[in-house]
Design a protein around this ligand. Structure first.
Ligand code: HDD
Length: 699
């Protein structure tokens, strides 16, 4: 059964399109002229009685609200969640009971550091916040695409964010962590190190919001119908697998398309390629709370999946774009304390602080206490409160507004003991008031080392390069040195590789004595998903003389597998094919760039055509794709274009009529139709995403 109550509710608020009738003022008075203000004479001053002008300017002057202090830039979508089976065994949450019930959701993805107008592909954590409109009220799972956090106690959040944000004197850099204050903080606060390892990895530059994991981060608590608790960690796993950009590409993308991730999400949903994620849980019986060598309440630690497997419990599909960015994506208000019966908190000090902060922040951002009435925030469950008045009250309440009352018949009554209401988990707490971090939170290096140990060679290279880039932008030498000294506690070879790159003295060995533990589930090599090429962007470079049969067949075969195939030529319009027909061009090469595509295909034509070798934009396109490790396919005379890459180490295997595949470069010098073998090999190369073992790969 599809539960589209949220959709119906949303529709009721959708403003009618102004198809009929004239323009009016906010008061509904028809306006016959909106281009000139009312003035005293043709060249005279504007008159104060011009109420239309006054109202128009007043509204415009107030069209902005404060952006989120963190996660200001985001993109959202609606969809639904459905459980695979009843989870009654460990939680009574209504939306996790019945596989036939779909719960509407709204998800907002975001970057953290940059302002609303910053670029998408910066090195940063990505927010992954989900609002479930359940039959028992809203449940918000406000997570990130990394499973740990920078600090252990929320009282450090303002310090951390001040250090991360642009420097106060000049508000630089935008959307970047490569600056002195952040690394100063990091070098003095070793609890940040595990998260910094994630931030320096390719997880921080996702290819798409559709291709990244999400994590609830904290240990939460499930509570069953009898009141029994089970610790739980939440994981979102994308169906398309986890894929990232390379740093060089991500930086260029910031200029070529600052909306790269936002556009990708929007276009996929418009095209009916609905992003899908599986929700998984790690469940830890309460009796096992102390059976780990870290504290479950410490948000800088993960529970390795090899130790506690992730159990899939349901799936989420995002199938609708918002109607209006401001009304929905900007005004959505998440709150970690929006929980429903069956889901509860733990004493994680980071989570406890968040439970205060999110509600507080909405007051300044949304201008008053009635933000739960904004359509995107409204529950589909009935709301009956005694909360009244305040800015932007839109409901016209009647009756009494206090409890207990007799004048209103005692309504609304409090929920009876039928198990429907939220009851806080009755955890026994006993202790002296004290400002002290628990000793169980003190190990800051073991899991950072585990992360490093779990990486493949290419992932390690990227991490070292990222540290070199970031610290290379730090002006204060003592901060560089201190950070490298900290890295030595994680892994000495990591520290020395970074030190070499940033020109500081080799650190002394860190004296780390952590066990050489690895968690294979952390490597991107093991997270490739269903190995499909669905929604992958493939650029086909064409020019006059292109072989239509080759072009048509390759395009058809790749599109049939769900790839988005676009013909790019030096100019817009059409190109003249080898058989004299006009082939439509999707985009002109000067308007795009290789960084906006996942792979490139070069079809052939009669000898000497299509002649792209002399087109510098086309050649840069191919060269960039090669350097960024992207799959390249070439057919017939198209193979000749690749000769330009031979100085970069590309070896074009010879042999007429053979399909050759070498490190993601698939060639076939056959003229005429593209063989099935070629398209299969090329599609496999595209599914492989990136090829790191090319001599001149630039990360
Ligand atoms: Fe936070 C926004 C995720 C720690 C205080 N946070 C925000 C958003 C996400 C997260 C995804 C954007 C929500 C949206 O799209 O509107 N935050 C996290 C995660 C954390 C975390 C996964 C650690 C596990 N946050 C954290 C702490 C504090 C905050 C410790 C404060 C003590 N976060 C906020 C905030 C924001 C916010 C200031 C800014 C805008 C908003 O809440 O609505 O309250």
């Amino acid at each position: 059964m599809t539960d589209d109550r949220k959709e119906r509710q949303r529709e009721a608020y959708r403003a009618a399109e102004p198809a009929e009738g004239p323009l009016t003022t906010d008061q509904g008075v028809a306006v016959d002229h909106t281009d000139d203000s009312l003035s005293a004479g043709e060249r005279g001053p504007t008159l104060m009685e011009d109420f239309h002008f006054r109202e128009k300017l007043m509204h415009f002057d107030h069209e902005r609200i404060p952006e989120r202090v963190v996660h200001a830039r985001g993109a959202g979508a609606y969809g639904y969640f459905e459980p695979y089976e009843s989870c009654a065994e460990f939680t009574r949450a209504a939306f996790l009971q019945d596989p036939s019930v779909r719960t509407p959701v709204f998800v907002r993805f975001s970057t953290v550091q940059g302002p609303r107008g910053s670029a998408d592909t910066v090195r940063d954590v990505r927010g992954f916040a989900t609002k479930f409109y359940t039959s028992e009220g809203n449940y918000d799972l406000v997570g990130n695409n990394m499973p740990v956090f920078f600090i252990q106690d929320g009282i450090k959040f303002p310090d951390f964010v001040h250090a991360l944000k642009p420097e106060p004197q000049n508000e630089m850099p935008t959307g970047a962590s490569a600056h002195d204050t952040l690394w100063d903080f990091v070098s003095l606060q070793p609890e940040t190190l595990h998260m910094m390892m994630w931030l320096m990895s390719d997880r921080a530059i996702p290819r798409s919001y559709r291709m990244m994991q999400g994590f609830g981060v904290h240990t939460f608590r499930f509570v069953d119908a009898r009141g029994k608790g089970t610790f739980v960690k939440f994981h979102w796993k994308p169906k398309l697998g986890v894929h990232s950009l390379v740093w060089d590409e991500a930086q260029e993308c910031q200029g070529r398309d600052p909306d790269f991730n936002r556009r990708d999400l929007w276009l996929a949903i418009e095209a009916g390629e609905f992003p899908e994620y599986e929700l998984g849980v790690q469940l830890i019986p309460e009796e096992e709370e102390f059976s780990f060598d870290f504290d479950l309440l410490d948000a800088t630690k993960i529970i390795p999946e090899e130790q506690v497997p992730v159990r899939p419990i349901g799936r989420m599909v995002l199938d609708r774009n918002p109607h209006n960015f401001f009304a929905e994506t900007e005004q959505v208000a998440f709150h970690t304390a929006n929980v429903v019966p069956g889901i509860d908190f733990t004493n994680d000090p980071l989570l406890q602080a968040r439970n205060f902060s999110y509600l507080d922040t909405q007051l300044i951002r949304l201008g008053g206490p009635n933000f739960a009435q904004i359509p995107v925030n409204q529950p589909v469950a009935p709301v009956r409160t005694n909360q009244r008045d305040g800015y932007h009250q839109t409901a016209i309440h009647t009756g009494t507004n206090y409890s207990p009352n007799s004048l209103g018949g005692g309504c609304p009554a409090i929920a009876g003991p039928d198990g429907y209401a939220f009851t806080h988990y009755a955890e026994r707490v006993d202790g002296a008031k004290i400002r002290k971090r628990s000793a169980s939170f003190q190990d800051h290096y073991s899991q950072a080392a585990m992360f490093w140990n779990s990486m493949s060679d290419w992932e390690r290279r990227h991490i070292v390069d990222a540290f070199r880039f970031e610290l290379g932008k730090v002006g204060a030498v003592e901060i560089r040195e201190r950070t490298v000294g900290e890295l030595a506690h994680i892994d000495y070879s990591l520290a020395t590789s970074v030190a070499e790159g940033i020109g500081v003295a080799m650190p002394s060995p860190g004296g780390n004595d952590h066990k050489p533990v690895a968690s294979p589930a952390l490597s991107l090599d093991n997270l490739r998903g269903d190995h499909s090429i669905r929604t992958r962007m493939i650029a086909v470079l064409v020019a006059d003389g292109v072989d239509t049969v080759q072009l048509g067949q390759a395009k058809e075969a790749l599109s049939a597998q769900g790839a988005v195939v676009e013909a790019l030529a030096p100019h817009d319009g059409t190109v003249r094919s080898s058989d004299g027909n006009d082939c439509p061009v999707d985009r002109a090469l000067p308007t795009v760039a290789s960084v906006l595509y996942d792979a490139v295909l070069l079809p052939g034509g009669p000898v000497g055509t299509p002649d792209l070798s002399s087109d510098s934009t086309a050649m840069r396109f191919v060269r960039d794709a090669y350097r960024h490790g992207k799959p390249i396919g070439a057919l017939g005379s198209g193979v000749g274009i690749l000769a330009a890459l031979e100085p970069e180490g590309l070896h074009i295997a010879s042999g007429h009529g053979h399909v050759c595949a070498d490190r993601g470069v698939v060639t076939d010098t056959t003229t005429g139709a593209a063989s099935e073998e070629f398209t299969r090999a090329f599609a496999e190369a595209v599914a492989g995403h990136r090829y790191w073992d090319r001599p001149s790969v630039r990360c």
